[in-house]
Structure formats: C-alpha cells, structure tokens
Design a protein around this ligand. Sequence first.
Ligand code: OOB
Length: 525
Amino acid sequence: MKVSPWPPDLVDHYRALGLWRGETFDDIIRTRAADPDIATRTAVVDAERRLTYRELDERVDRLAAGFAALGIGPDDRVLLQIPNRVAYVETVFALFRARAIPVFGLPAHREAELVGIARSAGAVAIVSPRTHEGFDHRGLAETVAAQVDSVRHLVDVDDLEALFADPIDHGRADPSDLAFLQLSGGSTGIPKLIPRTHDDYLYSVRRSNEVCGVTADTVYLATLPVAHNFPMSSPGILGALVAGGTVALTASPTPSVAWQIVAAERVTMTGLVPPLARLWTETAERGTDLDISSLQTVQVGGARCPDELARRIGPALGVTLQQVFGMAEGLVCYTRLDDPIDEICTTQGRPMSDDDQVRLVDDDGNPVDSGTGFLETQGPYTIRGYWQGAGEGSFAPDGWYRTGDVVEFDPSGNIIVRGRGGDRVNRGGEKVSAEQLEEQLLAHPAVRDAIVVAVADPYLGERTCAYVIPEDPDQPPTLAGIRGFVREAGLAEWKLPDTVTVIEEFPETGVGKVSRKKLRSLLAG
Ligand code: OOB
C-alpha cells in the first residue's frame, strides 16, 4: 500500500545517499537470528520471559502463520493495545512477517479513541490483553468490535500460542510501502493516523542509533508505553533490535519496579517524560538500595524538560542526559552525548539528520528570520500526509509538515521549544486536544460554553484547565461531576480536566467575534 509520496527528486536523493536502503522490518529479525554472533543473545526480556533472537524469530514465524490462518495478511490493519511486555514485540514482528499493518494504540486509550482509530484504520482485528491494571480490555475490544464493522477478530495477547501454526512463506513487503500506522499526539481528539514506510522509519532508527551510541551492547529499557514513537524508535526498542542489542520492558515506570529490571538486566539506556525523570531523580537523590549503576544514558522528551530538572538528572542517576524533541509525524531532535553540558540542559537538541530541513514561520506562514516562530520541517523520515488525506491543514502548500510548535534556535543551532499555538495541552508528554475536550464539555447539561487551556504545573509542565460558563449560575457544574461525565464518554483518563473554573463570560476583545484559538490564548494569559 502506497503512502503520500515524497517529491521524486528527494526520493532519488535519499536513495542515492543510502538513507533509504530497501530494508524491511522483517529483514531485521531474520538477519539478526541468522547471524551466529547475535542469534543466541537476548533480544527481549521482561519480568517473566526472555527470548533470544533465534527464539523470537521462530515464534514470530509461527505466530505470523497463525495470523495468516485467520485470514489476516498483506495490508490488513490490526489494532494493538498491548502493555509493555515480551508479547508486544512478538506480535508486532509477526504482523510485519505476515505483511499486515500494525496500528499502535495505547493501553490508556478508551472507547472513544479506540472506536475512532479502528474505524479510520479499517482495522480487521484487535490484539489486547484480557485485563490490565484492573481494566477489562477484552470488554473494551468487544465494545469496539460491536461498533466497527471491519473488526472480525479479537486476539488475546496473553494466549498467542493458541494461534501458533506451521510456518509459511508470506512473501516480502515492498520497503517503500506502508509498514504501520502510528498515532499523532494530535490537536484533534481522535488521533490522526500516521503512515510510515519501512524505508523512512528504518532510516530514522539507524540514524538514531548513530546519534545515541546504540550498539550490540546496549540494553534499552522501555519504560514509557512502548507503542509511542519515543520508546519505539528514538532509538527505542527498534534501535536496540536493529543494533543486535537487548530490549527490556517494564510493566511499571516507577523506580521500585523499573529499577529491579535495570539491576537484573544491567540496563544501559532508557527514555522518560519529564514528570518521570523528576520522580527517578528525586528517588535517586534520596538514595536507593537498587543497583542502577549500569545506566549510561537517560533520554528525556515528549514535553519540555525544565532546565532546573535537567541539571539534576545526570548527577543523580550517574548518567549522560539526552534531551529528545520529536513527533510521531517524523522529525526527531537530540542533544548530542558530547555537547557542552549547558546545551544539554537548556536546549532540546538539533535534528538528527543532515537531510532534515527546518524553517520558522509566523502566524500567516511567512518566513521568520530570527527569534521565535512556528517550526515547519521536511526530511527523509517526516510524513507528507496523514492516512487517507486527513489533517490537510497540517501541511504547508509545498508539503512541509507544520509541527505547531513555537521554537527558537540558540547560536549553535539547537532548538529551544517555547510552546504551542494553544490547540492542545501537553500534560507531561501526554497530549490533550483542547478541541476534543471542549466538545465533551459542551455536551454536559450544566455547561453553556467551555474553553480548555493549559496552565503551568510544576510537576506536569502543563495541566488542563476548563473555563466553563454554566447554564444556571446557581447550579454550576463541579470538577468531580465534569470528570465523571468525560470519563463516561469513553475518553482516556489523562484527558479529564485537572481543574474547572466557572466564569460568567469569556473575555471581550471589543472587536466582535473572537476565535476559540484567540480565546484560549486570552484565558491562558
Ligand atoms: C513525541 O511525539 P508526539 O507525537 O506524542 O508529540 C509531539 C509533540 C511535539 O510537537 C511537541 O509539541 C511535544 O510533543 N514535544 C516536546 C518535546 N518532545 C515532544 N515539547 C517540548 N520539549 C520536548 N523535548 O512526544 C516524541 C516523539 C519522538 C521522540 C520524542 C518525543
């Protein structure tokens, strides 16, 4: 299946330079398992299970045949909602082998998101656990299947062996074709689907490995939900597998759980969002009995890491900090491991590839020569369009991706992220669409009008504040009432408002109707 194409001259350029190499994800596991130096090394491990590259390859072979026996094959989309565990890696690579298209849902997604994703992907199957952290995922999958006609199979990720079948030949995917659908951190409520090819994504993984120093000796711990772009590929679990290293997965990111795996597997590297980085740092500063001395690099990204926190991470954890500013649509920036400490602690790094192009524009899309502006980008691993043409306004007329981020450059060319246009709240890396939440609030019987804005929060960076005009000023809605209402509507827990402020009217500007975008920035101010 083809994706929105890059301009032909860029395609030729990326191929001529060897950035796009004609390799597929399935090739990665096959070749590592066939390499006598790598085959018997641990590919993937969690608190319960461990697989060498050869074992992973064999299980992938049997599971891929099992998917094929269900009638799941080339270009079929399969929605995943799998927590951090070995079975995640088995499932993803089995789908690659069967040439099906994984769609990377998050364990925290609920009915509203999963129905939206399954529908726009045209998913034929959902793979999820029966339960996880007390939540009935099987029940959720059944609810989704009842609403989305294309969904024909529900697969229990805790019983993959029930699907195992004798290996078959699935043929080989075209490396320039769609490999999977990633989800946007999005300014829309239902995440937009991001089509990535084998060629472009594998380039971003290989280049990430170079920048982040990932080798066969790397033990990467997936601490964040692994379906997210950051722990998946920056350089993440795919980086570790491409390098012939080891992927460890932890079910919980808290130090008491995650550090046991760090100690047991001699983990060298992980990626965290700022609130977790703060928790890890403060826990280490207080002292710990767990041996985390194997850690060499800790990456922080997904949301702005406060400079004050950045300065404490390295000394507390005994590591080199790497800031990561990236997006599921493509562009990923890293501070380099040998950058001056001030740059590491105060900037979000620079694009990983010499072929990433970045520019700044103003509100009207005109070039900005210095100072802050909206960041736009194109490059060898940045998409040129969403799945089936959604989100048209996200691309400039010449095809560059509009990140929506307000940034500036320091003298060394590093990016400093200053904020966004106000369409979403970045709650410690988890993005909340203002528009989606407003829609939900407007459906509440006690709410006449609502505007959602980000307010500064010392722990999360930003938290979600809903300004609400009540239908009846004498019976204003309560925070608990509103949160319960939004939860009932099937939204993920992280999207519920943190505070509700009841006001009589929204600010007037004196010049007639004000856009919601403008109102948000007025209220945020
Ligand atoms: C990562 O990906 P998404 O798609 O969930 O979110 C992307 C957005 C960016 O446009 C920016 O607004 C924000 O998240 N962001 C940061 C940041 N990293 C991401 N804002 C400030 N400082 C940072 N370091 O979040 C993502 C994807 C790949 C690697 C890392 C993060």
